[in-house]
Write a protein that binds this ligand. Structure first.
Ligand SMILES: O=P(O)(O)OC[C@H]1O[C@@H](O)[C@H](O)[C@@H](O)[C@@H]1O
Length: 341
């Protein structure tokens, strides 16, 4: 790994990356800094134009900060988060892999979120928006210990990129590198914790009328009724075959988060509310009021990869002023807008 020394800007990786750039247009000057974060864990700082920024810990490849051009934090990280392995960091965007939740025999949400990832200075080419100047590529390969609990060889590459308008995107590429001919299956989620002003004033659009599995009712299947989703109590639902765009509308902040997902059919919505909040060691008692998890995911139908196959799953986040109009996510309406009708 040719990572830059702490606190120094990283020039693009050398010759090999240059060769990559010849075959496919890549941003000219990828730029990040590697610095020490909480408990001495290393984190990558991404700086965009107009003051946009993001931070990614190598521990878990976890995004822990995403700020807009007013230096306002858009993600929630608990004031009680523990930055010490093996505990996963409470907040930001943990990566759940190779298992989401308790959908399997591994530890809850899999092990990728509590492993140390490394910077990948020479990732295979990835089609990108040439306007993106600030990004980092991280990689996780299983250790011998990991192979004992999940006996599959893989390469998990994550690119975190900050767009020119402050949009944050996460692109995961997972490849089966088994040499014994075996396929593997996994479930996955970008466990995104959004910072909200007051959970009672927030609504989520795009999931109404969807079927969901209710984790609070033994994963039983129901159909969401009525209008946008609002919050009055604990929620832990896996919405199935959710649309590619979901909006979180925060009235008080006059802000709307728009999530765009690719390769990730489902979307988990979670807020622990007061009782569960109190039971969590790394979460403040009243913090449930100021966070909401909406997690693009692949849960209901595990993804299966044969040796040599690669899967891609992408999440793009933008935060826009809430002049955003309700109903905009109606797929038919979107289609008509696209056709200029
Ligand atoms: O405490 P953890 O392992 O980070 O999980 C938090 C929550 O994550 C959500 O994604 C799950 O649906 C919940 O069931 C779970 O409680």
């Amino acid at each position: 790994m040719a990572a830059p020394p702490p606190s120094s800007p990283s020039p693009p990786a050398a010759a090999a990356a240059a060769a990559t750039q010849q075959t496919q247009p890549q941003p000219q000057t990828p730029f990040y800094e590697l610095v020490k974060g909480n408990s001495g864990l290393e984190k990558v700082l991404l700086r965009g134009t107009r003051g946009f920024s993001a931070e990614v810990y190598l521990y878990g490849a976890q995004v822990t900060s995403w700020k807009n051009d007013h230096a306002e934090e858009l993600l929630f990280v608990s004031s009680k988060a523990i930055f010490k392995p093996p505990k996963a960091i409470r907040g930001g965007i943990p990566i759940c892999f190779p298992q989401f939740g308790t959908h399997g025999n591994l530890e809850q949400h899999g092990f990728a979120r509590n492993r140390l990832w490394t910077i990948d200075d020479n990732p295979p080419p990835l089609p990108v928006n040439p306007a993106i100047k600030s990004f980092v590529d991280l990689i996780l390969r299983p250790s011998d210990e990991d192979l004992k609990i999940w006996p599959h060889s893989f390469e998990f590459r994550l690119r975190v990129a900050l767009g020119p308008n402050g949009d944050l995107s996460l692109t995961s590429r997972i490849r089966n590198t088994n040499t014994d001919g075996r396929s593997f299956s996994y479930t996955f989620a970008y466990h995104t914790y959004f910072s909200v002003s007051d959970i009672s004033e927030v609504r989520v659009e795009g999931l109404e009328t969807m079927d969901y599995l209710d984790n609070l009712k033994g994963k039983e299947r129901f159909t969401e009724q009525g209008d946008a989703i609002v919050f009055e109590s604990e929620i832990d639902k896996v919405y199935l075959a959710a649309p590619s765009k979901i909006a979180i509308i925060d009235h008080e902040k006059k802000r709307t988060f728009v999530l765009t997902k690719e390769g990730l059919p489902d979307a988990v919505v979670w807020n622990p509310w007061d009782k569960k909040a109190k039971a969590m060691q790394d979460f403040g008692d009243g913090e449930y009021k100021h966070m909401l998890c909406v997690e693009p995911a692949a849960v209901e139908k595990p993804i299966t990869l044969k040796p040599g196959e690669e899967w891609k799953g992408r999440l793009a986040l933008s935060a826009v002023p809430s002049s955003y109009c309700s109903g905009q996510l109606d797929p038919l309406k979107e289609h008509l807008i696209a056709l200029n009708i």
